[in-house]
Design a protein around this ligand. Structure first.
Ligand SMILES: [Zn+2]
Length: 155
């Protein structure tokens, strides 16, 4: 049994021995599983999803020690991808990141979360951030975008 997306269509392959009822059951089950996978692999769209994602990343890469009070999308931040105010534990993520790959958004979240534990860009800070395995790749990606748009690097 297998399934894959082909543009707007989902192709499901089932053994021909299944009854009509079994077929319908299997298709529903497979579609549900695909949806769940796609939800996890797309970037957060609202502030609630952003907060949820941040908590998950904190748990996974920072031992759950970075606990923000709020994580919000902001549209008025054009020169930095993200910013963090450790004093009140708030994080803002630039809406310029919308539409970028989820692993790039994750990197910015991990970067800002790490600032809750380490405000400066010192060696201890980068040791924390480097727990996220795609840090180098995401920084390279954003440097490319920055160069293209002549923006300042991550704050
Ligand atoms: Zn920073």
């Amino acid at each position: 049994m297998s399934a894959y997306r082909d543009g707007e269509k989902t192709i499901v392959m089932l053994p021909s021995s299944l009854t009509k009822a079994e077929e319908e059951f299997e298709i529903a089950r497979i579609l549900e599983r695909l949806d769940g996978r796609e939800r996890r692999n797309r970037p957060p769209t609202c502030d609630e999803e952003l907060m949820e994602r941040a908590m998950e990343l904190s748990r996974r890469y920072l031992g759950g020690r970075a606990v923000p009070r709020s994580v919000r999308w902001v549209a008025n931040q054009r020169s930095r991808w993200g910013s963090c105010t450790p004093e009140d534990r708030t994080i803002r993520i630039s809406s310029m990141l919308r539409g970028m790959p989820v692993w790039v958004v994750d990197y910015i979240l991990v970067h800002e979360l790490a600032h809750l534990l380490e405000p400066g860009h010192n060696a201890a800070f980068w040791r924390l951030v480097n727990h996220y395995p795609k840090t180098e790749r995401a920084r390279g990606y954003l440097e490319g975008v920055t160069a293209a748009r002549s923006l300042e690097p991550t704050g």
